[in-house]
Design a protein around this ligand. Structure first.
Ligand SMILES: [Zn+2]
Length: 363
């Protein structure tokens, strides 16, 4: 693959905006050079980046897959990495991993859940993913490790609502950690968040709709090295669709406001899915731009929101080859018109996307 250079472009490097404009070159799928604009003649094809901002390809830290074409849909919206939080069967996940076009994925395989919660009633949910005891939890984690998953997804419910109990959840977390895997806990109720934290889960996903986070939970989530992926897009859709006055999107948004103030690590994720029967349909790709805007509404600066889908997301999930614009990193790139670090809606004005240096057909 020849060397390509994006010229005279403002660069968001995964942490902040670099001063001036730059010429950014990539070759063989990797970023090779970042120079002050115009300081050396570019060899090979160029892309005019005047008036545009170059970002690392975005990371959506919560998606699901039903069809292979969802990978290219993600990429068209600049989402070059997607962290799958529940897709099965394993051969389908393997096919997605090997696709070689569109978004690059990491996967939990099928989530581990209790026998009595809503996930147990999803049509086609694998029965062998349902656990009722620490022993079963350990066996399930071992099975996922055998499928070479990247992390374990654990569905937590409030006590009595059919999810794994504390002992079962703790056994799953300990088995995952012993295998070197993080645990991502689904928790959309404050009591489920509390249980997941007690069990030792590393990443909490969804933001509770039932109430705000109390001071103890807020402290645990911001001091304990936890990562929170609030999926505000899904929580807003869920609150609207359920129409239950006890469940309010305001609680989810307020939780993010409080977590951000407390210094917690917040990572962008959408819960994008095309499945029937989920609380809200969230489209792949475009939803991450909605999520960034909702994170800004919940108090993150536009720069912090961009970090939550690039540099911060990459370090939270140990994706050391991406999430930034530096020589040696994957040439997963998103070129947008305007200044998204000032106006987050500019991420939607997509001029170009590259995955490992290959241009994505924007259609
Ligand atoms: Zn999900």
């Amino acid at each position: 693959m020849t060397r390509t250079t994006i010229t005279d472009v403002t660069v968001f490097d995964g942490a902040g905006i670099l001063d001036g404009t730059r010429d950014v070159s990539f070759e063989q799928g990797v970023i090779t050079e970042i120079r002050s604009a115009g300081t050396a003649p570019a060899a090979g094809p160029t892309v005019d980046g005047t008036g545009a901002t170059l970002l690392p390809g975005l990371i959506d830290a919560h998606v699901h897959f039903l069809r292979p074409d969802e990978l290219s849909t993600l990429a068209r919206y600049g989402v070059t990495t997607a962290l799958d939080m529940g897709t099965w069967p394993p051969p389908f996940v393997s096919a997605l991993r090997a696709a070689g076009t569109g978004a690059d994925i990491r996967s939990s395989g099928a989530p581990i859940a209790g026998t009595g919660g809503p996930h147990a009633r999803i049509p086609g949910f694998p029965a062998d993913s349902l656990v009722t005891s620490p022993e079963e939890a350990r066996r399930r984690v071992a099975a996922r490790v055998g499928e070479r998953v990247d992390y374990i997804k654990l569905i937590m419910e409030r006590p009595g609502a059919g999810g794994p109990d504390l002992d079962t959840a703790t056994a799953a977390v300990e088995a995952a950690h012993a295998a070197g895997l993080r645990v991502v806990a689904h928790a959309s109720h404050t009591a489920a968040v509390a249980l997941a934290v007690r069990a030792g889960a590393d990443v909490l996903t969804h933001a509770p709709l039932d109430a705000g986070l109390d001071a103890g939970l807020l402290r645990a989530l911001s001091d304990g090295g936890h990562v929170v992926v609030p999926t505000l897009t899904m929580m807003r859709g869920t609150a609207r669709n359920l129409g239950d006055p006890a469940l309010s999107y305001d609680h989810a948004r307020d939780a993010v406001i409080a977590l951000h103030r407390a210094g917690a690590t917040v990572v962008a994720g959408t819960d994008a899915n095309d499945a029937h029967g989920v609380p809200a349909a969230v489209p792949h790709g475009s939803s991450l731009h909605d999520e960034l805007a909702l994170l800004v509404e919940a108090g993150l600066s536009p720069t912090e929101a961009l970090r939550s889908a690039t540099g911060v997301a990459a370090s939270a999930f140990a994706l050391h080859d991406r999430g930034g614009i530096r020589p040696g990193l994957r040439a997963d790139l998103l070129l947008v018109s305007g200044a998204p670090a000032l106006d987050i809606t500019a991420t939607r004005r997509i001029r170009g996307v590259w995955t490992t240096g290959r241009p994505v057909d924007l259609g």
